[in-house]
Design a binder for this molecule. Structure first.
Ligand SMILES: [Zn+2]
Ligand SMILES: [Zn+2]
Length: 220
């Protein structure tokens, strides 16, 4: 029978080197991640925790989605369900954004496209939400579902938002009588903010007084 001692874990980023620490990454990739985390905003020159460019002042995120390391990390999180990576990302965003997880009564997530969930066998934002729930003792709730399935890569900002508003709804089986004070809403990457803003609006309109959007990375 194999044990961890005889089959040490490979790095979740480079897939090649062995991890010799409690993180799911090798020493080399940890160095690259550290550089990524202090990479400033191209517009205002501030660190991710302080940047308020793009009008998303309420949006919390850990790093800018640029460069190979950022892409590899998001890709790993999207394509292979690994709770070690999800735990790392959850702690990373909480620490780098300075939020207090204890001040939230629930954590929800932006559900993945159905066909992608089928393809990869899981929902990466649900995985992140599960990590947040487990690590910080926040209740995990499933209020949102997707209505359509179309991609929106070619749409402009205004159309994206309009398009997104009709793409999500509160699940039929979710009890909208229960109200929440402050929900942490998670997703992986934020580009224009249309998706997470639309979902936050739906939650505010139905079950929450306050919603704080929380993503791993934001495009620069
Ligand atoms: Zn590595
Ligand atoms: Zn900025």
């Amino acid at each position: 029978m194999k044990t961890d001692i005889f089959s040490p874990l490979n790095c979740a980023l480079c897939k090649y080197n062995i991890c010799y620490n409690e993180l799911p990454f090798c020493a080399e990739c940890i160095g690259e991640l550290q550089r990524l985390l202090i990479s400033p905003c191209r517009k205002c020159g501030k660190l991710p925790s302080l940047c308020e460019c793009g009008g998303n002042s309420g949006l919390r995120f850990a790093f800018f989605y640029k460069g190979r390391t950022a892409q590899k990390l998001i890709y790993a999180h999207k394509t292979k369900a690994d709770s070690r990576v999800a735990d790392f990302l959850a702690e990373l965003v909480v620490r780098s954004s300075g939020i207090n997880p204890k001040s939230y009564d629930a954590v929800a997530f932006v559900p993945r496209l159905r066909r992608n969930k089928r393809r990869y066998g899981y929902d990466q934002s649900e995985l992140l939400a599960k990590s947040l729930s487990r690590l910080y003792g926040i209740e995990l709730i499933y209020p949102l579902e997707r209505v359509g399935g179309s991609e929106q890569k070619l749409l402009g900002r205004a159309e994206r938002y309009k398009n997104m508003k009709n793409r999500f709804k509160i699940r039929e089986d979710f009890d909208t009588e229960v109200k929440y004070n402050k929900i942490l809403l998670v997703d992986d990457v934020c580009t224009t903010g249309a998706t997470i803003t639309a979902c936050a609006d739906i939650l505010r309109g139905n079950i929450a007084r306050g919603v704080v959007p929380f993503v791993i990375a934001k495009t620069d």
